[in-house]
Unconditional design. Structure first.
Length: 256
């Protein structure tokens, strides 16, 4: 057996879970201010009793009211701190695929229309005499009950389908514009690649002679590898303001 005569039990600590019981306002604001509760108040992490106590306190304390307003402003800016993500090529392709699928579905599915009974035009009875028909008493009620009633379902479906069709048309036009832009960019890139290939190697240069108006000028004509496309490079070598110059071609001793 062990000797526990010298053992002194340590008092156990007690903890309160948030929301376990309601607390009075004096227990929530022990220090008289809400500096420690401002962040939780802005994020909506307080219990109802604590939030009510903070609301009651900031109505009478301008300093704490300013602290809570700053915390609310900071919490409102948290959404702008997230990095902006550029959609991937796969996401754009999936979007265009969904738009194309919606367009095909809209074309394949006819729009719901109301019953043709609603569009029938009432006509006057014929002017020629007709044999009078006498119906039984119960037959009149049966005929009245057999007449179709106008349905509101078709009208409701038509009203809902119109905005959907407009949205599909707008989305399709946007997709076509993006496709045209991509085609134009692809064409421009192809032209640049063609120029780089043509003037990258196999070029032929022809030096130009300066004239009397600009004796210090230098220039050359560079023909591409295909001997069809060329570039003109001219350097006036002058500090004067920009002006207009002429390029003369000497052919067989004559300027043309």
């Amino acid at each position: 057996m062990s000797d526990n005569r010298g053992y002194q039990p340590t008092p156990r600590r007690t903890y309160r879970l948030a929301g376990s019981r309601e607390m009075p306002e004096t227990a929530v604001l022990q220090t008289g201010h809400v500096d420690d509760l401002a962040a939780a108040y802005a994020l909506g992490a307080l219990e109802e009793a604590e939030r009510a106590a903070v609301d009651a306190h900031i109505r009478a304390c301008p300093a704490c009211e300013q602290v809570v307003e700053d915390a609310l402003a900071t919490a409102g800016m948290l959404v702008y701190m997230a990095p902006q993500m550029q959609p991937s090529v796969a996401s754009k392709a999936a979007l265009f695929a969904r738009v194309a699928h919606a367009q095909r579905a809209a074309v394949a599915t006819p729009l719901p229309m109301t019953s043709m009974e609603a569009f029938r035009t009432p006509t006057l009875p014929a002017s020629t005499p007709q044999n009078d028909l006498v119906l039984p008493t119960g037959a009149g009620g049966a005929v009245a009950a057999a007449q179709p009633k106008p349905s509101r379902t078709g009208w409701l479906i038509s009203a809902i389908s119109a905005p959907l069709l407009i949205a599909l048309v707008v989305t399709g036009m946007w997709g076509l514009q993006l496709r045209d832009q991509l085609s134009a960019q692809s064409s421009a890139v192809a032209d640049l690649q063609s120029e780089l290939t043509n003037f990258g190697s196999g070029t032929t240069s022809y030096q130009l002679s300066p004239g009397e108006a600009a004796p210090q000028a230098e220039g050359q004509i560079v023909l591409g590898a295909d001997q069809r496309a060329g570039m003109l490079q001219v350097d006036i070598n002058s500090k004067e303001a920009a002006g207009v110059y002429e390029l003369m071609v000497n052919q067989d001793g004559k300027l043309v």
